[in-house]
Design a protein around this ligand. Sequence first.
Ligand code: CO
Length: 198
Amino acid sequence: MTASNPSPKRLLVENLAWSNDVQQRDPTYFQRLAHAQTPTFLWIGCSDSRVPAETITHASPGDLFVLRNIANMVGTGSNSSSALEYAVCVLEVKHVIVCGHHGCGGVRAALLPENDATPNVNERIEPLRRLAHFHRKELDALPTLDARINRLVELNVQAQLDVIGHSEPMSRARKRPKLHGWVYGLKDGLLRELTSEL
Ligand code: CO
């Protein structure tokens, strides 16, 4: 959908067209999918509209169990812990992917002074400020803000994997899923592997 100012109605019309397309190609597709979900992956990504998990991986409904929030973080709250628990302990996904992206606005905000207009975002990204402070020597040595953002994006992906790896749901998993850290490049549409368990 490339219209510059699409309306909600447009989304509904596009949905009808999509549903018709899918059913024409595979008449029992939705019936099979409605029966149960058995995703292989838990995808933890940023809410950024430019990083839609299914689109950039050519994934289909049923493939990814998705948690997206500002700067792809797994916090202590029930939002992320419940998604992690359900994916790991109930759905028994085989892989957990944390995907950050270059130029992340949430990560950028953590490197700039607090914005009084966004108190909830400020609270949300507080762990990122602490992470940036912890790595300030390495970050300060980088030549530009963009370079510092992109490095902090990587450090954040690694930090989230550490949190997940030591989380309570992971300790209860019948078969521990493999953890993967990826970073998506907005300028080339490519995913880069930072870290991957074999
Ligand atoms: Co982002």
